[in-house]
Ligand binder design. Structure first.
Ligand SMILES: O=P(O)(O)OC[C@@H](O)[C@@H](O)c1c[nH]c2ccccc12
Length: 248
């Protein structure tokens, strides 16, 4: 674990390392998040990945019905669904992922702090189509190894960056989907300006997903102008799911 991780991030990584694997035979086809983002773009829609999360270290606390939420988002033509499966800080579960995968036919991202192959095994068997790898919490060797492991299951992998150094790591390893998080996971500071700056460093041959802090069409417009292909939105939609109609 990189030396500078402290506080809640160190705890969440320790919990993730110890988390038991859940195994079942996958029943679901794999839906390509990457392809769905491109399809929505070609249709002139904003490719939105709607996230279900009950709580977060930055203060969210909403307990909506998960299946009602994801079915509503699917009906409103989102490019994908993100399911927080981290238990301690985000109130998620692997059961949430399993239930969502059984109820929607759009790409599903398992949103968690992936640090072991066991977590990728679990994502695949429960029906996820994509996983997140967070540069901040992995060494470059771990990142490359877990990326290759996830790709061996034909899963899409979003490699998440929050600063210039992490963008450089993502670019030199030819990762094809890069998530730019406006929120710094260590400080929890939120900055769309930072996201715009980082997005402009990433060439257009990568799929770029802007994550966090997106509240309005203007936010989407400015991130799109900076090069974002898709938009991962949690809090705004958890607080008012109907907002999807003005953002899509
Ligand atoms: O609720 P917001 O501000 O729309 O953010 C959603 C998503 O970007 C955020 O939950 C997130 C992005 N990367 C993460 C990594 C782990 C946990 C959570 C996240």
């Amino acid at each position: 674990m990189p030396r500078f991780l402290q506080g809640w991030l160190a705890d969440v990584i320790r919990f993730s390392q110890q988390r038991p694997e859940v195994y079942k035979t996958r029943q679901r086809p794999i839906y390509s998040l990457k392809r769905n983002i491109m399809v929505k773009k070609s249709e002139g829609k904003n490719p939105i990945i709607a996230e279900f999360k009950r709580k977060s270290p930055s203060g969210l606390n909403v307990n909506s019905d998960i299946i009602e939420y994801v079915k509503f988002m699917e009906a409103n033509d989102v490019a994908g669904i993100s399911v927080l499966t981290e238990e301690k800080f985000f109130g998620g579960s692997y059961t949430d992922l399993e239930r969502v995968a059984e109820n929607v036919s759009v790409p599903v991202l398992m949103k968690d702090f992936v640090v072991t192959e066991k977590q990728i095994n679990t994502a695949y068997s429960l029906g996820a189509d994509a996983v997140l790898l967070i540069v901040r919490i992995l060494t470059e060797r771990e990142l490359i190894s877990l990326y290759k492991y996830a790709k061996s299951y034909k899963l899409d992998v979003i490699v998440e960056v929050t600063n210039e150094e992490e963008v450089e790591i993502a670019l030199r390893n030819n990762f094809d989907i890069i998530g730019v998080n406006s929120r710094d996971l260590s400080s929890l500071d939120l900055s769309l300006e930072k996201a715009e700056r980082l997005l402009k460093l990433i060439p257009s041959d990568r799929i770029k997903i802007a994550e966090s802090g997106i509240r309005t069409r203007d936010d989407i417009h400015r991130l799109k102008n900076a090069g974002a292909d898709a938009f991962l939105i949690g809090t705004t939609l958890m607080q008012d799911p109907n907002k999807i109609k003005e953002l899509i």
